[in-house]
Write a protein that binds this ligand. Structure first.
Ligand SMILES: NC(=O)c1ccc[n+]([C@@H]2O[C@H](COP(=O)([O-])OP(=O)(O)OC[C@H]3O[C@@H](n4cnc5c(N)ncnc54)[C@H](OP(=O)(O)O)[C@@H]3O)[C@@H](O)[C@H]2O)c1
Length: 268
C-alpha cells in the first residue's frame, strides 16, 4: 500500500485525506493539534503532529498549509523531502518559491476543491519537471479527487478563483434556488434536493454531451413558456455579470496575495 502524507490537514487536507484513504492509500495526516482531527482516525487515517515522521514515511507529500505556514514548514522539512514528490495545494505560492527551498524534490503546484472529498473535484496542476513517469504518478494521485488537467502555471491564480473557490459560488446559487422554492411554498427538504439535483444534472449533461451551455439552455426555453420569465428576471439581476465579477475579483485577490508574499517572484 502506498503511503501519502498530507501536511496541514485542516479543511482541504482532511477532505483529500478521506478521498485518498477511500482509494486505498495509506494516509498520514498532520496538524499541530491532531486531537481536532479525531474524525479522520475513524477512517483508518494516521493522524499526528509529527511532520518529519509523516514525510519520512511517504514517497509523496501533499502540502495543504496556508501560504505563510507552508514556507516556514518547508524550510524545516527540506532535508526529509529531498528526492520525493511534493505537491503544494497552497493558493498563490509559485513553483519557483517552493523549488528554491526544495531544490532536490519533484515539485508540483496544484489546486483542488472541496468536492475532492467525494471524488468530484477539479484539480489542475502544473510542474516544471519533465519526468513523465512521475508526472503520471501525480496524475493518478490527483485523479482520485475527480478530474485533473496539467496546465501552465500562469493559469493557477485564475483556477484558484474559478474552481478552488467555485463551490462557494455554486452553493450560494443552490441556496438561492432553495429559498426560491421556499418562497413559493415547497417543503424545505424537497426545495433543497430539487435545487442541488438540478445543478448536478445540468453539470452532468454538459460533461456527457460536450455541448455549449447555451445549446442545452435553448432546449429548456420554450417560446412563450415558463422558463423565459425566469431567465428575464436573472438577466435583469445581472447574474452573469455578478458571477464574472466574482471570479475576476477572486483572481485579482490571489494575484495580490502572491505579490505581497513573494514580490521578487511576481516582478519577474
Ligand atoms: N478550503 C478550500 O476549499 C481549499 C481548496 C483548495 C486549496 N486550498 C488551500 O489549502 C490551504 C489550506 O486551506 P484550508 O482552507 O484547508 O485551511 P485550514 O483549514 O486552516 O487548514 C490548514 C491547516 O494547517 C495546519 N497547520 C498549520 N501549521 C502547521 C504545521 N506547522 N504543521 C502541520 N499542520 C499545520 C492547521 O492546523 P493546526 O492549527 O492544528 O496546526 C490547519 O488545520 C490554503 O493554502 C488554501 O489556499 C483550500
Amino acid at each position: 500500500m502506498e503511503t501519502i502524507s498530507v501536511i496541514g490537514a485542516g479543511t482541504i487536507g482532511s477532505a483529500i485525506s478521506v478521498s485518498l484513504n477511500r482509494a486505498g492509500y495509506h494516509v498520514i495526516a498532520t496538524r499541530r493539534r491532531p486531537d481536532l482531527n479525531k474524525a479522520l482516525v475513524g477512517y483508518g487515517i494516521e493522524v499526528t503532529s509529527d511532520n518529519i515522521y509523516a514525510v519520512r514515511s511517504s514517497e509523496i507529500s501533499i502540502l495543504t498549509l496556508k501560504p505563510a505556514d507552508l514556507i516556514s514548514e518547508v524550510r524545516k522539512l527540506s532535508k526529509f523531502l529531498s528526492g520525493k514528490i511534493v505537491i503544494s495545494m497552497a493558493a498563490a505560492v509559485p513553483i519557483r518559491v517552493i523549488s528554491g527551498l526544495l531544490p532536490d524534490s519533484f515539485i508540483v503546484r496544484s489546486m483542488t476543491n472541496i468536492a475532492a472529498e467525494v471524488n468530484a473535484g477539479y484539480t489542475p496542476f502544473c510542474t516544471a519537471e519533465t519526468d513523465e513517469e512521475k508526472i503520471s504518478l501525480v496524475r493518478r494521485v490527483l485523479g482520485v479527487f475527480g478530474e485533473t488537467d496539467q496546465v501552465d502555471e500562469k493559469y493557477m491564480d485564475a483556477l484558484t478563483a474559478l474552481s478552488g473557490s467555485g463551490p462557494a459560488y455554486i452553493l450560494t446559487i443552490i441556496e438561492a434556488m432553495m429559498y426560491g422554492g421556499l418562497k413559493v411554498g415547497l417543503p424545505r427538504s424537497i426545495a433543497l434536493k430539487a435545487s442541488y439535483q438540478t445543478v448536478m444534472g445540468s453539470a452532468k449533461l454538459l460533461a456527457v454531451s460536450g455541448d455549449h451551455p447555451s445549446a442545452i439552455k435553448e432546449k429548456v426555453i420554450t417560446p412563450g413558456g415558463v422558463t423565459i420569465d425566469g431567465i428575464y428576471e436573472l438577466e435583469n439581476g445581472k447574474i452573469r455579470t455578478s458571477i464574472m465579477k466574482a471570479i475576476e475579483s477572486s483572481t485579482i485577490k490571489a494575484r495580490r496575495i502572491s505579490k505581497d508574499l513573494f514580490p521578487e517572484e511576481t516582478e519577474k
